[in-house]
Each structure stands twice: as C-alpha cells, then as structure tokens.
Design a protein around this ligand. Structure first.
Ligand code: CP
Length: 352
C-alpha cells in the first residue's frame, strides 16, 4: 500500500492530480458525498491540533466516511506504555486509513513498519508535515497559476518548523525556484535540509533580515517560533518575537506577493495584515480540507500498490538525535537509509 510520510512520496504528476481532484471536489461536492460510505478514517493525534485533525475529520465526513480516534496520548493506551507499532496494528483492524500526528520525530515512520492500512503523517515533531504542504501547494497554485520560477521567502523558526521542511522539499522539484531563508542564527534550517538543498543544487540564501529581500518575493511563508520544541524556555522567550509582519514591513513587497502561514499564529503576523489582499493564510485553511479529501481518496485507491519503501539497512549504530522516536521506543530496530551520498537514520534523517 502507499503511505504519505514525506511530501516527496508523491510525484509531481500525483500532486497535480490531487490539485485537480481537490478543485473538482470544491466545485461539485455532492458528487463525492457518499464515495466512502461505510469506510472509517482513524485520527490518532498524540499532539494538539486544530486545523489538521478537524480538517481530516471534516474531509472524511464530507466523503461519507466515519471517523474514530483520539485527540491526545493521554486519552489512549500510550499512557499505559503501549508502543506505536502495537497501537497502529490494533487500529488497522478498525479503520481503513490512519492519520497520525506525534510530537516525536519519525513516529509515523515507525508506524508504517506495523500498520496494515495506509498511514498519513499529520506532523512528526520538528521533522515533516506533508499534508500542510498539500494545502500550501494548492494555495500557491491558485494564486500564482504555476510553481515554476517562484522566489519563496520562509521566515521564522526554520529549525523546528516542519511545515517549512516539507514545503522546501516540495517546491525544490520545480524549475528555477529560489528560496530566501529568514531566521535568527539559532533557528536556521537543520543540517539535513541544507544538505538536501545543496544536493539538489537549489538556489537558496540565508539571512536574518526579513525586509532585505522583500521586494523580490513571490511568496512569503511566515511561521511561529515552536515553543513546544525548545529544551531551554529562556531561549524561546528571547527568540519568540524575532519577526512580526506588519503593514509597514510590506511597503516594498510586490502587489501580487502571497503571504502564507500554516497557523496557528502567535505574534508573527499583525492582525492588520489579515485585511491585505496578499494575505492567503485563511485560504490555506480552506484548501487544506479539499486537498486532504483528495489525498484520502488517492491512498485508498492505491492501497493495493506495493509499499514504496526506500532501501533500508539495519544498523547497530543507533541514532543519537534526542528527539528521534528511537530514543523513546527501545524495541524499534535501528535502521538507516541513504539520502544523497550519506547514511541517515530512517526515522528522523539525522546523520548516523
Ligand atoms: N497547520 C497546522 O498543523 O495546524 P494545527 O497544529 O492546528 O493542526
């Protein structure tokens, strides 16, 4: 079966097909209202969520499916010490597809080792968030009518911002795309992302100044500083208001620039910007539900396809990333995969 762990699990052609499907669902919702009758979608959320969980649940219901699941680890047998593998193996008996969010990097990658149904990664720690990227891509496509030739600014917490990691991977596949990565030094992109951009020979610039390249941007993707990922709360307090987008900061921006944010926002976009026609973050929310409907249909249609495992190797050198699922579940096998020229942890992509 197919899973969605990383946005690059979908080809560019498949992404275009999802965009077409999502737009068709928007225009003709009644055509789809019963297509998943008697099917069940499980939403296993080990970490808080408003948009991702509720949009998946709304998506399932609008396709005629039923929804089961839980909203926190405390409300599941995880609280009694059950492993992710046993949890998904159990839920595979009750549901046709599993949507999983987890605070630990690589948790959905562990889940697919035991699941008998497709797994959708709804965000794993500071690693990936591919279905947010589907919402982002539809919004960019509807605003810009292309993915090629765009200059995309990503601003804020690029270290822990999983939506940024997935967006950069997705957009790197299009022609002549350039990234401007705006962050404090402490919150720059992680090593596996800069290595990815260098490997693909993507044009990217790192800066601390939000306004330096503003006039060149087609898209400005703002993000929140991710309080829940910091080990040092004083560092969070010091960095949390590094960037606040206001109307005055947009004076040099193009009239057709598109302002995105995965939400939730804290302070990083002033409320006054909501009225600016360039603000598209609530369109993103709406688009997310339709892309998730298209994705559920796609994965259920492809459930008999061979699993797209990249080649995995067992290793005795277990990953040392303290935020990797391997540190939390000792029974998981140490596995590596080769990305570019380097061996990396299968779960979280840290160098081994
Ligand atoms: N964008 C996003 O993932 O929002 P939630 O955390 O509310 O799901």
């Amino acid at each position: 079966m197919r899973h969605l762990l990383d946005i690059v699990d979908l080809s560019e052609q498949e992404i275009y097909s999802l965009i077409e499907k999502a737009q068709d669902i928007m225009q003709r919702p009644t055509k789809y209202q019963d297509v998943l009758r008697y099917r069940k979608v499980a939403t296993l959320f080990f970490e808080p969520s408003t948009r991702t969980r509720l949009s998946f649940e709304a998506a399932a219901m609008e396709l005629g499916a039923n929804v089961i699941g839980f909203q926190s680890a405390a409300a599941s047998s995880t609280a009694k010490g059950e492993s992710i593998g046993d949890t998904v193996r159990t839920v595979s008996n009750y549901a046709d597809i599993i949507v999983m969010r987890h605070p630990v990097e690589g948790a959905p990658y562990a889940a697919v080792l035991d699941s008998e149904v497709p797994i959708i990664n709804a965000g794993d720690g500071g690693h990936n968030h591919p279905t947010q990227t589907l919402a982002d891509l539809l919004t960019i496509y509807r605003r810009k009518e292309t993915f090629d030739g765009l200059t995309i600014g990503v601003c804020g917490d690029l270290k822990y911002g999983r939506t940024v990691h997935s967006l950069l991977r997705a957009m790197s596949r299009y022609q002549n795309v350039r990234f401007v990565c705006i962050s404090p030094k402490e919150l720059r992109l992680p090593e596996y992302m800069t290595e990815f951009l260098r490997d693909k020979r993507i044009d990217y610039t790192e800066t601390v100044d939000m306004e330096e390249y503003m006039s060149e941007l087609d898209v400005l993707y703002m993000t929140r500083v991710q309080r829940e990922r910091f080990d040092d709360k004083n560092e969070y307090e010091r960095l949390k208001d590094s960037y606040i987008l206001s109307e005055s900061k947009l004076t040099t921006a193009r009239a057709d620039m598109c302002i995105l944010h995965p939400l939730p926002r804290v302070n990083e976009i002033a409320k006054e910007v909501d009225m600016d026609k360039r603000a598209a973050y609530f369109e993103q929310v709406k688009n997310g539900k339709y892309m998730r409907m298209a994705l559920i249909l796609f994965l259920l249609d492809h459930r008999n396809d061979p699993t797209q495992f990249v080649s995995l190797d067992h290793t005795a050198d277990r990953c040392r990333n303290p935020k990797c699922i391997l540190q939390f579940e000792s029974a998981l096998p140490g596995l590596t995969r080769t990305i570019g020229t380097k061996k990396r942890c299968y779960y979280c992509e840290s160098l081994i």
